[in-house]
Design a protein around this ligand. Sequence first.
Ligand SMILES: Nc1nc2c(ncn2[C@@H]2O[C@H](COP(=O)(O)OP(=O)(O)OP(=O)(O)O)[C@@H](O)[C@H]2O)c(=O)[nH]1
Ligand SMILES: [Mg+2]
Length: 604
Amino acid sequence: MRRALAALGSEQRRRDADLDGDTAELAAMEIGRTLEVVRAVKAARVVRDSAEEVDAKAALLRAETLEREASDAFEQAAAPYPSGDAWSSLPLRPPTVAVVGHVDHGKTTLLDALRGTSTTEAGGITQSLSAFTVGSTTFLDTPGHAAFSAMRQASTNAVDCGVVVVAADDGVMPQTQEAVRQCRDAQSSIIVCVTKCDVCAVREDDLRLELLDKCGLATEVDGGDAPLVKVSAKNNDLDELRTTLELVAEVSDLRADPAARARGAVLDVSSDVKSGLTIDGVVRWGTLRKGDVIVCGDWHGKIRSVVADPLGAKTKEAGPGAPVRFSAALSCEGGGPLEGQFIVVEDASIARSVASLRGRALAARRSAAEARSIADRVAVAVDDDEEETQVLRPPVVLKVATDAEAKACVSALQALPSGRAVADVIKCEVGALTPSDVELASTFDAPIFAFNVGASGSVREACRRREVPYTRHDIVYSLVDDVASYLSSKLPPDRISKDVARAEVLQLFQLSNGSTVIGCRIVEGTFPASAGVRVARSGEVIETDARGVASLRRVKDTVSEVAKGLECGVGLHSSEVAGLVREGDVLEAFVVEERPADLGGNVT
Ligand SMILES: Nc1nc2c(ncn2[C@@H]2O[C@H](COP(=O)(O)OP(=O)(O)OP(=O)(O)O)[C@@H](O)[C@H]2O)c(=O)[nH]1
Ligand SMILES: [Mg+2]
């Protein structure tokens, strides 16, 4: 910058002078310097950034370059889709449909009615993805609970069409809006399916307005693309939906080359020691076979076995549109998630090089994010003198059955109130509990919460020996409640003051030992022998004494409480407070109860 300034004839500027880049540029132009000089000044602006800012920008540039390289390598490895006549001559493929929408709006019941089944679910809610075919169409059932957003997105990314279910008696709700958004992001077509039409008359005009207002979605009647159908799963009245699905599939011209190398979408991943990685997905193009080499994100490796339908029998291949479960021996190059789209490539070396480039790009993206966060923190630290609130972060270990469950559980925990304590998830892993989980939990003094996975007898014994609390859940609500009570147990209990009685002061008695007995009549509640006391005069509290009542007498007897309407003598612990009391005052008795800390801080 100084050199540039010197070139501009500004040598006299002090070294620490604050030069605004735009001014420098203008100045350069004003004194008639060449464009090169103006560019030099522009480039010199970076000198005014902090070193951290420069690092962040450099890291981002590097990440973007690597991402471009990875994407080029992918384009070369994946055969392009045909177009024009070549496309039209391909055979049609079966459609794929995700049923999405708000919790309890009737997705599973609708699918049960379509395929003539009756599903029973833990807690009466769907908590995982399931895929099956009805006729030739592949359907995905998705959970509606807010925590399962990532599962819903994975489903809409995997299909051609999203059936957005809206219960006639509930209308558009938050996950309806999310479902429409996710279908749009995935560029899948949308059918609005109003369910439970047997429960109440559908106010279609209102519902269409709601869809427009809350989701920005215009149905066909309003000039948009989305058909709206009305069904009742209970009455098996689903013809309108069936016909519309057929029409949408026809218009979408869904084709695929069954002879091509497969491409598809990952729905969920699980792993165990015996069978390794198991992936649920949907084939969108080509045919997936045992022995194929796949790349998925920065993972690559060989398929060991294929089940054409997650509920079906083992086979050797799965064709276009089919739901598929396969086990694979995969390696990861950069620590990225195993999600998104998978493709089959020609051989292992191509797979490795694409995955490795993606791994490097991912690592660079992570470094860029870290560098940016450091730069932001430095920037904030400069002028931030706000007091930091103390939030407790007790460590916890989570064990789950699948990747998608891991996301759902973490997301559900993140939705807990966070002002006083948040769970620090030090490990969230797929698979049954292992001795090393117990070891880690014991070291960090963390409990283990398991969702849909168990622990062998010896691991449970290790938990007992190492005094590591371990609980297993199969309903996300109960897992969240359990973690919430654990967090609450780490906080001091909330002290809640409860008014129990009011006594009108009738007369004051000075005893020979100097103490005062307050003669009262109880006007409200039952006055206890042990309570805090507030002294109120003309409706205003003039003193509060938490130690409060020291003695309570009726005539000459010491009593434990005095009921409404009766008179009594009250002695206070504090002679100072007693000294303040006048005839006509009111003594308000209160007790303080301790309750487990409210994470939201709603203390009364
Ligand atoms: N009357 C009536 N009840 C229905 C209909 N469809 C679903 N229900 C009821 O609505 C409740 C929720 O149905 P589910 O199918 O479990 O809802 P869901 O959308 O799959 O719920 P999540 O997967 O947990 O989001 C159940 O009690 C069903 O019996 C319908 O067409 N008519
Ligand atoms: Mg369901």
